[in-house]
Design a binder for this molecule. Structure first.
Ligand code: NCD
Length: 342
């Protein structure tokens, strides 16, 4: 395989947000904008006709897997998928390297989620096609950070603001929440950011992420209450307690009430803030997550994130496979059926 084509900064795989600079980030976001009619099903595209996505999810996922697969299908490609260890040969002791070499031989690109940090890099090392990291344990989740930042930029622009200089509160499980680790690093490409962090005891942000952000000139304040965190910020990014990744006593200690709800926002005088969450939101009682009583607030952006995820993942595939926008236009036609509801 040629090593000269390096669409994500370093090599053909997308493993980490650290592969981005402002230039290749802008190029990806422009592509995500350009494919919007295809993402919204106003147009039908066949540019990936004949291409095969190998979708390997060894950890639970709904939206990440479905949105990667939908993105590939909307570009005219085909998808083969395997979920969990039980139904794969890894249950028979097959190594990551062997699995990756075999499946990459059947595919043009792989999307991989795995519970161990660094494991998707191991898949990439043995793969003969580009590998996209869809989450490696508590490590990275670059496509989520890209769609989060893409959404954040649009929400801020609609309010006459920019990502540069934005004030963001990040709440919840900052230790195990990989989306936060990736988002904070990716946002650091911008200028003059002000992060306010709140996490329950035992779930603090890993020091390395805080140091990374501070070394790039951004302010990081750690506070001890949600009310304090959300006062005066432009954006609030709430996260779920990742109970499956922690000991039972820590999980139980963080099972009470809401992390964020309407009353807290009203008390803080910030009912207009942009509200984001990577989802899934844990809606069980006492889950200590974002309450659904914020759902009719004007700044709720959680479903804009999920919708935008399609555009961003389409752009990731086009970039990974070296497909030009011209080729996309040449293979796109108006849809012949009636409009969906939006
Ligand atoms: C996140 C993940 O898997 O890291 N979900 C997602 O991909 N949107 C967040 C989570 O599981 O809490």
């Amino acid at each position: 395989m040629s090593h000269e084509f390096a669409p994500f900064g370093q090599g053909r795989h997308l493993l980490s947000v650290l592969q981005f600079d402002r230039e290749n980030l802008r190029a990806l976001f422009e592509l995500a904008d350009a494919v919007d009619p295809i993402a919204k099903r106003q147009a039908v595209c066949t540019v990936l006709d004949g291409a095969m996505l190998g979708s390997l999810f060894f950890e639970p996922s709904t939206r990440t897997r479905l949105s990667f697969e939908s993105a590939f299908l909307r570009l005219g490609g085909e998808v083969t998928t395997t979920t969990g260890f039980t139904f794969s040969s890894m249950a028979k002791g097959e190594s990551i390297a062997d699995t990756s070499r075999v499946v990459s031989g059947y595919s043009d690109v792989l999307v991989v989620r795995h519970p161990d940090e660094g494991s998707v890099g191991e898949f990439a090392a043995a793969s003969v096609v580009p590998v996209i990291n869809a989450g490696d344990g508590t490590g990275e989740h670059p496509s989520q950070a890209l769609l989060d930042l893409y959404t954040l930029e649009k929400e801020l622009t609609a309010r006459g603001k920019t990502v540069d200089g934005c004030r963001i509160a990040i709440l919840g499980d900052l230790k195990f929440g990989r989306t936060v680790h990736s988002l904070m690093k990716l946002m650091s490409l911008h200028d003059g950011l002000d992060f306010t962090l709140f996490s329950p005891p035992g779930l603090e942000l890993p020091p390395g992420v805080k140091e990374y952000v501070e070394a790039r000139g951004h302010a990081v304040h750690v506070v001890t209450s949600v009310a304090e965190a959300v006062r005066g910020v432009d954006v609030i990014y709430a996260t779920r307690v990742q109970r499956e990744r922690m000991a039972t006593d820590l999980a139980q200690a963080n099972a009470h009430g809401d992390l964020l709800n309407r009353a807290i926002l009203a008390d803080a005088g910030n009912l207009d803030a942009i509200i984001m969450h990577p989802l899934p939101r844990d809606s069980r009682p006492d889950s200590y997550d974002l309450s659904d009583d914020v759902d009719d607030l004007p700044g709720l952006a959680i479903f804009h994130q999920t919708d935008n995820g399609l555009n961003v993942r389409m752009a990731i595939f086009l970039t990974a496979l070296g497909v030009s926008l011209e080729a996309v236009h040449l293979t796109t036609k108006q849809r012949p059926w009636k409009a969906t509801l939006r």
